[in-house]
Ligand binder design. Sequence first.
Ligand SMILES: [Fe+2]
Ligand SMILES: [Fe+2]
Length: 472
Amino acid sequence: MAGIDYSERIPNNVSLADNRRLQRALEEWHPKFLDWWMQMGPDGFQAKDVYLRTAVSVDAQGWAQFDYVKMPEYRWGLFLAEPEAGRTIGFGDHMGAPAWQDVPGEYRGVLRRLIVTQGDTEPASVEQQRHLGRTCPSLYDLRNLFQINVEEGRHLWAMVYLLDAYFGRDGREESEALLQRRSGDRDKPRILGAFNEKTPDWLSYLMFTYFTDRDGKYQLASLAESGFDPLSRTCRFMLTEEAHHLFVGETGIGRVVQRTCELMREAKTDDVRRLGGIDLATLQRYINFHYSVSLDLFGSEISTNAANFYTMGLKGRFEEGKKRDDHRLKDTTYAVSELTGDRITTREAPALPSLNERLRDDYIADCQRGLDRWNQVIKKHEIDQELRLPHRGFHRAIGLFAEVKVAPDGRVLSEAEWDARKHEWLPTEADQAYVESLMQPVTEIARFANWIAPPARGVNGRPVEFEYVRLA
Ligand SMILES: [Fe+2]
Ligand SMILES: [Fe+2]
């Protein structure tokens, strides 16, 4: 069961061969996916051999195999985590009932929307990153970019499988639409705001993989709690792949910080731009931007949708299974932010409609861990500075804080104050132009761009100086 059948056109562990209707639907979708990949996937590298991992099993140990693959030949497939015998619904009104193996009729529309919204982010990020290959800081980084891209493609497959297998004709229409929307397109944009932003350079990309992919982790983790078992199992396996994306973001930014500190020490200055590095002040502005747009992805502080998803048993809390309460939350409260004049305070709100805020809190704590690690790097270089997460109200477009302007330290500002100071806090055009000027491709084996340190180790036990992408 854990093994994946690679003799089929679509590798899978869902016994696809036994379901001819579904198999046909997916085989019809496959060439359309490939068309989309060729049009919107990594620009300029489709014919190159890339040292990629491919899922070969859903076991925690040894689930992946590494080899050179041309990206369009990547074996995208359908992999669900092993079923849990006797699994029951862990929260909401249906708590304790057997997990659903089919879509509960009354929740069909809501569930489809949840799956489509998650599914839409996957191809969106591939589209956002499609030009980055041309300015890679090393072959190692280039390979990691492509690994993430093919896996986001596989995550699209994972959601399309659910749509095609469980939602009939509507599901097939949604599968088509997932290939038709385009990141940043005015007429057919992707569903969520952050996925229509540009990822114009590698610093933005590393920030995206740290902050925005981490939103993905929290969304997937709460969908992994779902009472709809196929969704739960799909998301559990996706989380295994997602961990690598977060690793790329965390170590990537860590390596930039490392290089910045080396240059600061060498030249005894904060102004490392002269030396072709990215100064800490610029890094801080990029953090502020990517963190704040990612916070918006969790939605409004108070949300009846979030309450309904939970009560219906469709979307749980982060690590729902580990929590020791009644898993219904009808009589409990949760602390959410509140604006009182120009002061930000908290109040106790009913727990169910506050679930977005709770998930955002889990996310914020997780984000802080990376900052702590980067600050360790700065400290090791005996530099007396710190990177910080801005206040949750900073630069927000959704929810309570969309109405006000908030400084990184949490002070509520007048429009005039905000306008006068926002360039200190968000990447300016000059920052972007500078970062862009650094984006010169480095493609010799074992060489790295000057603005980023080499990684501590290579991929899958290979040395750092390995030909991760064959460009010749
Ligand atoms: Fe993904
Ligand atoms: Fe991801």
